[in-house]
Unconditional design. Structure first.
Length: 174
């Protein structure tokens, strides 16, 4: 895990992340405030059910783009989404997304041609801090990858990622 993710794993420690029965009870997305549903098959297998089996690590967003890593709570692997060109509060379809998956055997797979639809990008709160104004958002959506994920290790075969759904909290700042 790189330094940038270690600094931003803070979301894992917040009570609003992971298990979030209040969101579910209110009829919000079944993924709570932090969750992913995805399944990798082929050259590797990895499954996130959306049932409290992942923790979120997000980066602050500035001009555009969202990055989130869903880390398996039982150390089964991780799935990272790098959604390009999304601006603060924006929703819509067909955002180009880079997907990076690391499986339980520490094999790494990636695809750069995935597409994501952002259906939720709601302001939760604004906070004044030492580093400026922080605007916290709940973001959710779904996506798919038209081609298989390519392994970085040539000895491992390609892996297919079915449709995925996600929900995480992001912070925008100037």
């Amino acid at each position: 895990m790189s330094y940038r993710w270690i600094v931003l794993v803070w979301c894992c420690l917040l009570p609003a992340c992971g298990s979030d029965d209040d969101h579910r009870a209110a009829g919000s997305d079944a993924l709570g405030s932090c969750g992913v549903e995805a399944q990798l098959s082929g050259g590797s297998s990895l499954r996130f059910t959306g049932n409290d089996d992942a923790a979120c690590a997000t980066q602050h967003s500035f001009d555009s783009g969202l990055e989130v890593m869903f880390v398996g709570v039982s150390a089964d692997g991780s799935l990272e989404l790098q959604i390009a060109d999304v601006t603060e509060g924006e929703t819509g379809a067909d955002f180009t997304t880079r997907v990076i998956v690391v499986d339980a055997a520490n094999e790494r797979f990636q695809a750069n041609d995935c597409l994501t639809s952002v259906s939720e990008h709601d302001l939760l709160e604004t906070e004044t801090s030492n580093i400026g104004e922080l605007r916290h958002y709940q973001v959710g959506g779904e996506g798919s990858c038209p081609s298989p994920l390519t392994p970085l290790n040539a000895e491992v075969g390609e892996a297919a990622l079915g449709s995925f759904a996600f929900r995480a909290q992001f912070t925008w700042r100037d």
